[in-house]
Design a protein around this ligand. Structure first.
Ligand code: ADP
Ligand code: DAR
Length: 479
């Protein structure tokens, strides 16, 4: 374990981490190397030769990782907000066992291959958040804006007693909206999606198919499973798959998502992927997307509490099915592939028309207004898709971690209240503008009518001055 130094500040030790490590003489040598502003590969190459990174003349970090580490350092310079690079500590990695070094490099691969990643990190094993805690704690604190040294996620599905009425969107003057709340869950008995092979994926799907057959016996959540795996007894063809996607019951082709591909999460597509849809179409379970399971309730209405309580009940039924034990950590709650979903794994959204905030056809203004409200804006096809032509946006609270499930629904209601006020302000401004235009048009048409039959073709001003002079003559006569 390399002890840590503090107080030595520089732009970037190996991977632009604010953390320095006590490496005695190495600290000053590294500072000299940093000052040389060497190309990333040269810099890392020199650092890894230092005594602090070697034992018996051999680098503590396996050679197979060196090129990726050089690329990660380059990302830390080109994309300093990419958390896979920003939060990485090379000296810390040198102190890990070879197995943990391998796991850590898998976790940051998406960020290395996609420098524009906001996070660039995905967990690969259910235990990664605990086994690689120093690194993941830095990522979680940065991404979820957690103050203070320690944090602990607590889940709580409690809503205020009056939530049925208090969180009724009709109180905001909103019509029935498409409401959806989903949670990401992973089975503790498998690697997370990024580290699964085709065999894992098929085996997990077969286990879940049996679980879904038990679920089909439940009166409220009875339904059927649709598999994309060729040869699976519930296999559906391309047309049926596309219909499920268009109806928002199924996820898009993951192989099109570069971030998920680099993380290994989209591997072996479409093996082991599918969706369970209840007969009433209000309850859906995705299999094999970014998490093993995405469990969701979705229907049109105004009562957020209805969809929340239905999901809570559904989750109770699913998690009671034998063999379905979810990966959970006392520190970080429900374990998810992406740190952005950790803890609750919950995204609560509505599809709402925002014609004024999207009047330029983009989501830019909506995102600008929503960000300070703690809301995310997505397109009608979900993440990385465009908003609707009618200005429909997918609005959801951004927070998932170190917030309770009940607080997320509260955040959605309160956010929509403020968002509606912003939309109304723009509408009022638009109405005033329209009125002013109408007034101008009507006065213009009045004037043009008044003078339309005059013999001379004077300009309006000369015409009006003529009117004024006639009025003067009349006043003089009266006097
Ligand atoms: P996730 O919510 O699981 O992070 P996405 O944002 O990609 O994933 O959305 C997945 C699918 O769910 C997309 O087809 C999207 O249109 C749909 N969706 C999300 N929110 C709603 C909603 N409130 N009503 C209807 N469909 C929704
Ligand atoms: N492109 C990834 C997305 C992170 C959040 N979205 C998820 N998990 N679907 C990034 O790191 O930017």
């Amino acid at each position: 374990e390399i002890p840590r130094v503090t107080g030595v500040q520089t732009c970037a030790l190996p991977i632009s981490t604010p953390h320095f490590t006590t490496m005695g003489s190495a600290a000053s040598v590294i500072a000299e190397l940093v000052a040389k502003d060497l190309p990333a590969d040269e810099f890392i190459g020199e650092v890894l030769k230092l005594e602090a990174f070697t034992v018996d003349g051999k680098c503590k970090i396996d050679e197979k990782h060196h090129d990726k580490l050089k690329a990660l350092y380059a990302v830390s310079k080109s994309n300093p907000t990419n958390l896979s690079a920003k939060c990485f500590d090379l000296a810390e990695m040198a102190g890990l066992t070879p197995e943990l070094q391998d796991r850590l490099m898998m976790c940051v691969n998406s960020g290395i291959e996609n420098p524009d990643s906001g996070l660039g990190v995905y967990a690969m094993q259910p235990g990664d958040y605990d086994d690689l805690k120093p690194f993941f704690d830095r990522v979680l604190k940065d991404y979820h804006k957690i103050e203070g040294e320690t944090f602990k996620h607590e889940s709580d599905w409690t809503l205020p007693e009056d939530a049925d009425t208090a969180y009724d969107l009709s109180t905001l003057g909103l019509p029935e909206l498409s409401m959806r709340i989903r949670v990401g869950r992973n089975l503790k008995s498998f690697p997370l999606p990024g580290a699964m092979n085709a065999e894992n994926r098929a085996e997990m799907e077969n286990q879940l198919t049996v679980a879904f057959e038990k679920l089909a016996e439940n009166e409220e959540f009875a339904g059927s499973y649709n598999s994309l795996t060729p040869g699976h007894k519930n296999f559906v063809d391309e047309a049926a798959y596309q219909k499920l996607v268009d109806d928002h019951f199924m996820f898009k082709d993951m192989s099109a998502d570069g971030y998920l591909k680099s993380a290994g999460i989209a591997s072996d597509w479409p093996t082991g992927r599918g969706c369970y849809v209840s007969n009433d179409k209000k309850f859906v379970v995705w299999v094999g997307e970014e998490d093993h399971l995405r469990i969701m309730c979705m229907f049109k209405g105004t009562k957020l509490a209805d969809v929340f309580k239905k999901l809570e009940k559904a989750l109770g039924v699913v998690s009671s099915i034998e063999g379905l034990e979810f990966a959970f950590s006392d520190n970080v709650g429900n374990v998810t592939s992406c740190p952005s979903n950790l803890g609750t794994g919950m995204r609560a959204s509505v599809h709402i028309q925002l014609p004024n905030l999207t009047s330029d056809g983009s989501d830019a203004k909506a995102k600008e207004i929503c960000k300070p409200l703690g809301l995310s804006v997505r397109g009608i096809g979900g993440e990385h898709t465009p908003i609707g032509k009618d200005g429909t946006c997918d609005i959801s609270p951004s927070a998932r971690f170190c917030i309770t499930e009940g607080q997320i629904v509260t955040a959605l209601y309160n956010g929509l209240k403020l968002l509606k006020e912003e939309e109304a302000k723009l509408q009022a401004m638009q109405d005033a503008e329209d009125l002013a235009k109408e007034d101008k048009n009507s006065s213009d048409s009045f004037v043009s009518e008044k003078f339309s039959d005059s013999e001379d073709d004077d300009s309006f001003m000369s015409k009006s001055s003529k009117t004024a002079s006639k009025d003067d003559d009349r006043e003089k006569e009266e006097d």
